[in-house]
Design a protein around this ligand. Structure first.
Ligand SMILES: NC(=O)c1ccc[n+]([C@@H]2O[C@H](COP(=O)([O-])OP(=O)(O)OC[C@H]3O[C@@H](n4cnc5c(N)ncnc54)[C@H](OP(=O)(O)O)[C@@H]3O)[C@@H](O)[C@H]2O)c1
Length: 300
């Protein structure tokens, strides 16, 4: 049993902590404090995006944390509104400057844009150039389904280091997990504890509002003397996924990291796997465009 945050080796040989902090919907004015608190309590991975409009605050939190930059693993993402080779280059420079950093550990395409996949490919080529130039340590994608990964590989010959996807006990994406595994791509879970179910009350669930209130998760929380969030985070880690739960509350940030003193049994993992509804609660990658969420990342 590991008592520390396991590290995952990406296909570029870069090591990444398995568990990190997400900051989607963390208000910019709270984010610097949240990031410092998380780092001071052991987190080393922070996941932001140009579209979260809080990269400046993430950078401030990093600088205030007192932990050397070299010990941290910072992820940010290129928004589809900045896809295309030249726009991607500009998008990257914007993120780097807002974060106040001189390199990014992991840079991700935020969504595939299947209706204009040529622009997605051009953006990937741009960030591959940035990686070759040493400005990004590893590159990856988010929300790519198997067909998007295959098309990317066909057109570029490249395999991303990581695919960050909507993943929690109510939505387990077995086909994408299998394709990630086949290609040696690390799976990272967004909405790992079911944040989508709090935002989308019309989502299809499995008998309770969210994975955190499901009777099975509560039963396991009682058994291990842990909270429902800790059980679900442990389920990700026991599967070998990376997970980036978000919270703006210090006590939850600490709670979500206190998961390294127990493991679930294979039977318990399988029982949680069986909660999959097969229905996503977030946006559909197949129809995604920059207009799905009209965010002006240039205006920040
Ligand atoms: N690539 C993508 O397209 C994409 C999309 C969405 C998210 N993401 C990334 O993934 C990260 C995580 O996903 P997410 O924010 O959607 O969802 P999440 O981490 O599954 O859930 C976050 C929600 O759970 C609450 N929460 C946190 N810890 C808790 C605990 N211990 N007990 C009970 N409730 C708790 C939070 O509220 P409080 O903040 O009030 O504690 C928040 O409402 C994001 O922050 C972002 O970095 C990526």
């Amino acid at each position: 049993m590991s008592t520390t945050n396991r590290s995952i080796t990406l296909n570029s040989d870069v090591k990444m902590p398995a568990l990190g902090l997400g900051v989607f919907l963390s208000p910019a004015e709270q984010t610097a404090g949240i990031v410092s608190t998380a780092i001071q309590h052991g987190y080393r991975l922070v996941d932001t995006a140009a579209a979260y409009l809080n990269e400046r605050a993430v950078g401030e939190g990093i600088r205030n944390s007192g932990v050397p930059r070299s010990e941290l693993f910072i992820t940010t993402k290129l928004w589809p509104g900045q896809y295309g080779y030249d726009d991607a280059m500009r998008g990257f420079e914007g993120s780097l400057s807002r974060l106040g950093l001189n390199y990014i550990d992991l840079y991700l395409l935020h969504w595939p844009v299947p209706t204009d996949f040529a622009a997605t490919i051009q953006s990937y080529r741009a960030i591959e150039k940035l990686r070759a130039d040493g400005r990004i340590r590893a590159i990856g994608v988010c929300n790519f389904m198997p067909q998007h990964l295959q098309k990317l590989q066909e057109e570029t010959g490249l395999v991303p280091a990581l695919n960050q996807i909507e993943l929690n006990p109510f939505y387990t994406q077995p086909e994408t997990l299998a394709e990630n595994a086949r290609l040696g791509i690390v799976t990272q879970a967004w909405a790992p504890i079911g944040g989508t179910y709090l935002r989308n009350r019309n989502a299809v669930t499995n008998g309770s509002d969210s994975p955190l209130t499901h009777p099975l998760v509560i039963e396991l929380a009682r058994k291990y003397g842990k909270t429902p969030a800790q059980i679900v985070i442990r389920w990700h880690l026991d599967h070998g996924f990376s997970a980036i739960p978000k919270s703006v509350r210090s006590e939850r940030i600490i709670e979500n990291f206190d998961v390294f003193d127990f493991t679930l049994t294979p039977e318990e993992i399988a029982r949680i796997d069986a909660l999959n509804t097969g229905v996503r609660a977030g946006a559909d990658p197949e129809t995604f465009t920059a207009a799905t969420y009209p965010i002006n990342v240039d205006a920040q």
